[in-house]
Structures are given as C-alpha cells and as structure tokens.
Design a protein around this ligand. Sequence first.
Ligand code: ADP
Ligand code: MG
Length: 385
Amino acid sequence: MDKISYLRQEFQENYESVPDFIFFAPGRVNLIGEHIDYNGGLVFPCALTVGTYLAIKLREDTTIRMRSLNFNNELETPLTELNKTNEWFDYPIGVLKALEKEGIEASGMDMLYYGTIPNGSGLSSSASIEVVTAYALNAIAQKGINTVDLVKLSQKVENEFIGVNCGIMDQFAVGMGKENHAIALNCDTLEYDYVPLATDEYILLIGNTKVQRKLADSKYNERLGECREALRIAQKTFKVNHLCELSLEQLESVAADFENKMVYRRARHVVTEQERVVKAIKLLKANDLAGFGKLMNASHDSLRDDYEVTGEALDTMVAEGRKIEGVLGSRMTGAGFGGCTVTLLHKDSVQEFIDKVGKHYKEKLQTQPEFYAVGVGNGVMEIKN
Ligand code: ADP
Ligand code: MG
C-alpha cells in the first residue's frame, strides 16, 4: 500500500472520518559544507523523498487532537489551552502558537502525523514536522504567508520553543527543496541557487550509525568559540566579518599568529570546506559526479583531522564504504559524533555496500547500522487528491 493510502486508512481508524487535507514535508541531508553555516558560509543541502505527512480534518468545535503513527501517545485539548508538554506535541504546538502571534488562529481539528524519516539521526525530522505544520495551517487559513517566512518561523520555534540552537539550513531545505536539485544556500543572506543533481545511475545512500550524538551539543559550542577566536586573530590582518571570507592562502599567511595550533586547524577546516563547496557547485553544474565525490571525501577527512567532530562510528562507516566499488564519495553529515553518513554511489553497488559495510561496522561497533537509499525530492507541499 502506498504511503497516502496507509495514512488515510490510519486516519479512518483513529478518528473515524476522512481527512480534508494532506500535506508533506521532506527531511534533508547536507551534501557538503559542514560546520560553516555559523561562519558565514555557503551550505549545500538537498531535500529527501522521505519526510513527514500530515492529515487534517477540521472540527466544528475548538478542540485540537494530535496523534502520530510514530508515537503511542495522543493529545486532546482546547485550542485556548495549548501549553508545553515536553513530548513530541511541542513541535506542532510551538508552530500553532507562533502562527497565532502572526494573526493566524487555528480552528479545532484532528491531526495525524506519519513520518518516514528516522527520528533523531540528523536528517531533520524536527524541521520537517515544524515546516509541514506551519505550511498546512497557513494554507488552510489561506493567509498567503510565503514559504521562506514559514521557514523562518519554524526555525524560531525550534530555537525558542523547543530550545535547540539550530541554524536556518534545515528548515530552509525542508521548505524550499526541489526534486533532483541541491540548494546552494547562504545562511546569512538566504540567497540561494538550485543546482541540478541528476543521478540516473548514481544515488544517495544514507548510513545511520545508530550512535547517539551525545557529544554534539557541547562540542558544537566549543567549536563555535574556537571559530570566534580564529576570526579575531585573522581580523588583525584582514578586513573580514566571517571566517568563510578568507582564502586558504590568506589564512596560511597568518599561520604564525596562531599560538594555539588547534585553533588554526579549526579555521583551516572552515576555509577549505568553503572552497570545497564552491568547487562542488561548479562540478555538479558540469555534471561531474566523480569530482563531486572526491570533494565529499575531502570534506570528511577535514572534519576528522582538522575539525575533530567525527569519531569511531562515523570514521568506520566512511572508511569501509569507500572500499566498495562504485562509491564516488562518502562523508559524515550533520553535527557529527554519531548520526548519519551520506554516500554517493552507483545504484548497482547498493546491496553490496549494505551487506559489507553493515557487517564490518557491526563487528567493530557492536551496533547494527541502518541504510536508506533516498531520492532528492521537493520541498513542503499539499498533496491533492
Ligand atoms: P532530527 O531532527 O535529527 O530527526 P531531533 O531530535 O531534532 O532529531 O527531532 C526528533 C523529534 O522530532 C522526535 O523525537 C519527535 O519529538 C519529533 N518528531 C519528528 N518527526 C515526528 C513525527 N513523525 N511524529 C511525531 N513527532 C515527530
Ligand atoms: Mg532536528
């Protein structure tokens, strides 16, 4: 049964009625450009074909009912009493409250979510559930808020209501993704450009290490501080506002000013990663997937050696993956210390990859990884009958 029929059937079973509307928002993966969004850099994510579905039926009264096929609990509350629950409901509740501030009052409704993204593994199921909710409520109320503003509102919800200090990339890719295209996005100015990612023979394979990203939060803040320090040192010589404005040549010319070599290496990751993103965009525009894959490899190596945010699980999966014939490139994606890898490989190599990498990884890490072959899909949308 396809996903939509399944959702309709579940809606019928849960609420004994037929939904008025169905919406979908994808998950996302960042192809290259890691840990540079907060250094004024260009990132290069794409939306996936997995994501979050939301079916809604409007009610005559002012009761909100929320359920998810991914969780067992349910919420039933009057609209006037939406409060923080410290459960998954907080994502939609945060969005409802933020929209209310914008003058969009929801009516009573029955809501059913169904996610096909593994939660908590760095493919941004959180941005997906926020954006699908914001888009749905705006569409139903016919308020005409544009998608980029809904993206910003969703990020604000994640920052302020959920309390997760994420940048704009996730919500932007989820909201603005385009089938078979990656998005070159400047996280500062929100200027963006779609770049064709035509992969008839080659596909993206996500590898989930199933290792919790425990260190990710504390190390994220540590790296943020190190980048600030590096910027201060560079600014003694160069007029720049962000590390990403420096060329490698410029950074190398002031290497002696860095007493702390670790801070220098952090800056070197940022500067070389930015150069890789620019090259990657050019290569993809020329449909040079092999060249793009090499940059993915170089990105991972820089994150491992200079930025030090990979760890044994990600390094093992990437190293084993690169041994498989047909793999053009493989790297960690997301904050690091666990979560997922992304690999560009020939579609005929997928099964061998899953078997061999899965076996070696399990032997070494004592954890069974998961793999998902994903397509590059569109951003948030309404699914019409
Ligand atoms: P990630 O964004 O990397 O998947 P997060 O921890 O940021 O991980 O977000 C995951 C959380 O988002 C889940 O624990 C849940 O609270 C919420 N969530 C995501 N998708 C769904 C869904 N389909 N149904 C209910 N809650 C969801
Ligand atoms: Mg998230």
